[in-house]
Each structure stands twice: as structure tokens, then as C-alpha cells.
Ligand binder design. Sequence first.
Ligand code: SAM
Length: 272
Amino acid sequence: MKNKIIYWYKKYVPRGIQKLFYILKNIDELIKLGLFNFELNKDTRMSQLTWTYANSSNVDKKFVSRITEYINAANNLDLQFDTSIEPDKSRQYEFEYTNMNMFPGEHYRMLVGIINTENFKNFMEIGTGSGIASKAILNKTNADINTFDIIPWREDDSHLTKVEFTNNRLTQITENLSNPQSFRKYSELISSSDLILLDADKSGTFEDSLLTKISTISFEIKYRLLFIDDIRYFSMYKIWKKIHNPKIDLTSFGHWSGSGLVDISNGLIYKD
Ligand SMILES: C[S@@+](CC[C@H](N)C(=O)[O-])C[C@H]1O[C@@H](n2cnc3c(N)ncnc32)[C@H](O)[C@@H]1O
């Protein structure tokens, strides 16, 4: 019966009236969308922010407005290269390193912008890689960094040097957090971090296992963010869809391959 009514409605009610009903039904969402655009035009004078949110009632204007501050902060930054490192085209992440100041395009300025805007003190990274994010954050913020990788940085083709480890702000932990024991060992560290960057293997399998575990942690309520790299990879799309927190796809102001920002102040809601 319901289907029949929908059929007759679509067939016989004039399009203009259908549009009017659509507007009335979605008025809340449309107002939010309008305010979002207004905020962007006012604050950033940039357009084409691609975005999506999991649950419209969750994304409030405050979150959107904070994000425009991050974009502004990132826009005003300039990341410098470490002159003590010899350029080496054969290094695995040399291209990313030489382009780290690209904004938009890369996500390093956005990460620094977030940390400085919020005055975050604890940054956690899953996937040290060659240490580009760590270097940028060490140089441009006051945050301490705990970075996880399965490969020790010295054995990797790293942009990190001993110098970054001298003042104890940077710690690398070589553990695989999808391992239940390792996860248990570090769950307190996870829950005390202000900003978590998930930038590991992008298989989707590791991320799914890790996010499932993080969703079991009961976090002390405070403003806390999760930044996920490469959410536009096919393997990462499902992961991104399974997050039901307030979240915004910031790819237009981050990494070209996808940058997702999630508000996990009250913990992570991760499910199909
Ligand atoms: C793209 S790189 C990270 C780049 C880094 N965030 C940067 O800013 O330079 C990905 C890293 O994730 C690491 N990785 C892969 N699986 C991992 C896991 N299960 N746990 C932690 N790190 C992992 C890889 O060894 C690799 O070094």
C-alpha cells in the first residue's frame, strides 16, 4: 500500500509541489548546509569543500566552525625543510617530503593547524612512515608525539634523524595495535591522546580491526579528534562509512587521496 501511495505521489503530484515537500521535510539539514557554506565563505573564502557526515543531527555548527579555523590556520602556515637532510630521490617517501608544504594536496599543514588551534598537547600517530608528520608537528607545535609503526624508524628509509628524539617529545613504539595484547597495553595512551592520526597500511583489514578495538574504549569525555588518511582509497571507503560519529571529509583541504576528520570526544561509534 505504502509503495502504491509513493508511486501515485511521484506520478501525479506536480514536481514543484514535490520539491516544496522535500524542502519542508529536510529543512533542518538544508539550514545546516546553508550555514556551513556561509561559514566557509565568510572565514576561508575557499570553495568546494567536499564533505559528508554520518548523522546529520550530530554535526553541529560548532564543529564546522572549528574546522574553518583549522583551515585558516593551515593556510597561514609554512613548513620548512630540514636542511641537514640530503635530498635523496630513491628514498621511499621523498616525493611526499618535498611536497609536504602543499596546501591543499597534502595534509601536514592541516594537522599542524588543528593542533595549534586547539592547543593540543598529545598527538598519537599510527604509521610513523618516514616521519614527515612527526617532523612537521615537532617543529611547528608544542605537542608531544607517540608514533607507532611495525618497523623501527632506523630500519626504515626515514626522514627522521637522532635530533628529533633528543628532547623526549617524540617517542616511537614498534608494536602492531591490531594485536589484542599490544592494544590492551596502549589503550590508555590512546584514550589520553588529543589527536590520533591513522596513517598505516590502508589495507582496510588493519584499520577495521583497530577501529573496532578503539570503539570498545570508554573515553573520558573531552574534545578529541581522529584524523584518517587516504579515506578515498577503495579499501578505506568502507572504514570511513562505518564511522557514525560527527565526521567531515576534508579532502579538499588535506591529502588528495582523502582526509577524514572525526570528532571522538565521546568515544568512537564504529559499526555497519
Ligand atoms: C604512509 S606511511 C605513514 C606516513 C607517516 N604518517 C608520515 O607522515 O610520514 C605508512 C606506515 O604504516 C606502517 N604500518 C603498516 N602496518 C602497520 C601497523 N599494523 N601498525 C603500525 N604501522 C603500520 C608502515 O610500516 C609505514 O611505515
